[in-house]
Design a binder for this molecule. Structure first.
Ligand SMILES: [Zn+2]
Length: 167
């Protein structure tokens, strides 16, 4: 059976089928998760494996924090720090990925951030509209900025984590 449903993460409405798979800890509806996997395929077909892919995953995961669990705590923290590094520190996305690996191997420990009520106006539905790699990069940086803004009440702790584990 197919029906429309609001995603608990981004609040956009998606068509979904009750048999569609759901991610174990990313807090997306079945329809939103399915749309995200379609965007991943679309990205691959149109742009190969672009460096900007990092921001697609970071923004999507931060916008869908789910409920408090060991995995979701780490996922949300890591993706928000990556967004902070990309947007506020303007660090190269490839360098961010390397710092992530280093920080995790150092045993970085995070805490649960209460998700913001408003996750911004940009959702995965807007991303597939890009007609060139340049447009795709622009919309993903815009999405990244809007997610960081949504989490602005946690800005100081994200900055502290960055300085403690990634600097
Ligand atoms: Zn969603």
């Amino acid at each position: 059976m197919t029906y429309s449903k609001h995603c608990p993460g981004c609040n956009a409405v998606f068509e979904e089928d009750e048999n569609d798979p759901i991610h174990p800890y990313i807090g997306a509806s079945k329809g939103c998760w399915k749309f995200f996997t379609e965007v991943l395929a679309w990205e691959g077909e149109n742009f190969g494996y672009p460096k900007i892919h990092r921001l697609l995953v970071d923004s999507y995961c931060a916008q869908h924090p789910g409920v408090k669990s060991r995995k979701s705590i780490q996922s949300v923290a890591i993706h928000l720090i990556a967004l902070y590094m990309a947007v506020e520190k303007q660090i190269d996305l490839k360098v961010i990925t390397k710092s992530m690996d280093r920080a995790l191997s150092k045993g970085a420990i995070f805490e649960w951030l209460e998700p913001p009520e408003d996750m911004g106006n940009i959702t995965i539905l807007d991303i597939k509209k890009a007609k060139s790699l340049k447009e795709y990069e622009d919309i993903l940086y815009k999405w990244a900025r809007s997610i960081l803004k949504a989490y602005s009440k946690h800005h100081d702790i994200i900055k502290t984590w960055y300085e403690k584990f990634f600097y």
